[in-house]
Design a protein around this ligand. Sequence first.
Ligand code: FAD
Ligand code: NAI
Length: 462
Amino acid sequence: MSSYDVIIIGSGPGGYVSAIRCAQLGLKTACVEGRDTLGGTCLNVGCIPSKALLHATHMLHEAEHNFSAMGLKGKSPSVDWTAMKAYKDDVIGQNTKGIEFLFKKNKVDWIKGWATIPEAGKVKVGDTVYDAKHIIIATGSESATLKGVEVDEKTVVTSTGALELGKIPKKLVVIGAGVIGLEMGSVYARLGAEVTVVEFLDHITPGLDKDLAKTFQRTLTKQGLNFILGAAVQSVDASKSKAKVHYKLRKDDSEHELDCDTVLVATGRKPFTDGLGLDALGVEMSPRGQVKTDGHYATNIKGIYAIGDAIDGPMLAHKAEDEGMAIAEILAGQAGHVNYGIIPGVIYTHPECASVGQTEEQLKEQGIAYKVGKFSFMGNGRAKANFAGDGFVKILADKATDRILGAHIIGPMAGDLIHEVCVAMEFGAAAEDLARTCHAHPTYSEAVREAALACGDGAIHA
Ligand code: FAD
Ligand code: NAI
């Protein structure tokens, strides 16, 4: 069959979720994917493989640092890097196969190959042209390049090469103290590499609440990561097994260099729309290369929509997924909607960092009067038992109304804990609503409640 209600180009979290929801809502749906497997960046070379390596190396860290203190004696495990990568690949396979199963179950056709859009209403893959009432561009993103730095995915790598290194580097230089740099930097630091992170700004993790970022940097430094901040990388000289990173300190323009055996370039990602033929179609793009869309994901060309990393907004899998569901609902005549004010962000290091809503810096900038409820995991019994006392929960609430405006957590399971605040915010809750909700003991989530209590009459265990 070559005629569809909807054809989605790209099977990442935006595309595959949208395809499933479109089919569930009764639209005849196909999804085109150029890779050999479904799931996009996230499942193949992003979220899932990086989390597998973070998990495995966290287990190693626990064995090396905390086991003996709990009376678990004996040698720490040795690392079989090839086997660890095989575990990671197995996890990828299970997940990508899972999407194949879901496509079959929901009757979504997978069209294999790279798509172009010759005209509105048509999608071409190979020599076949398919008709589609609606076309959704969900083609995602790729690593941004850096002037003077040539990536070979062996010595100088992007995140994709960093998931596949032939051996564990002795000295790794990471360019960029953002999410990828710190997650992958943590993986290799735990595996024994000497890791130096070179960051252009004078702080790590731009956009994160500064209080959290400071604690985070201190914690990572304790774990052995070195930071050079306020440094602009000028170039990298690389051979087969060695590299020299040249950088200038911004404060005095002094020039420096770092020797290493591997360089990870983690300076952001940019939308990927190559080969779709958007220029010829006249699809409007932003100066940052994003497909321009209105509030309903429609481009300026009738019948063509775009979602996920290819459009504006945080480049996160769950943001892409939510947009995928919203556009499906809109095309099916429902009211699809994404609340961009409540999209959590998580960094899956140990401890994890998680954030939702406004930061203190943003509230100050807008002149909003707020109060801060903060609680350290040191006061949480479960965290102490689990060697997870580093970190805190911080809740920001409107000074006059007590309505929760944001939450910032560094600590154990922060990426899961943040969601009770997300739900509370969706319901327009006050900090007192969280504070009056009974939380099971002993759980990490009690720290969230204590932070909410600290917005009012005070935390109990502080
Ligand atoms: P993508 O996942 O990029 O998928 C787009 C797909 O479209 C690709 O498979 C591509 O092959 C296909 N495609 C492109 N052009 C065509 C064409 N012309 N024809 C056919 N197919 C095409 N986000 C999180 O929220 N949590 C995380 O923990 C996280 N970890 C990450 C770790 C790393 C190392 C990286 C790189 C990213 C991570 N991200 C994470 C970001 C996340 O992967 C992206 O935000 C998400 O994948 C975007 O989804 P998408 O559907 O927009 O695009
Ligand atoms: P990022 O935007 O998070 O961080 C890039 C960092 O590089 C910034 O701190 C920036 O100041 C710095 N930088 C830029 N140019 C530089 C230069 N010339 N020299 C030194 N530093 C420089 O981008 P990153 O880490 O590459 O991640 C890309 C995207 O992938 C992010 O948007 C993120 O949302 C997503 N992602 C999400 C994850 C998660 O949710 N856990 C995990 C990994 C990626």
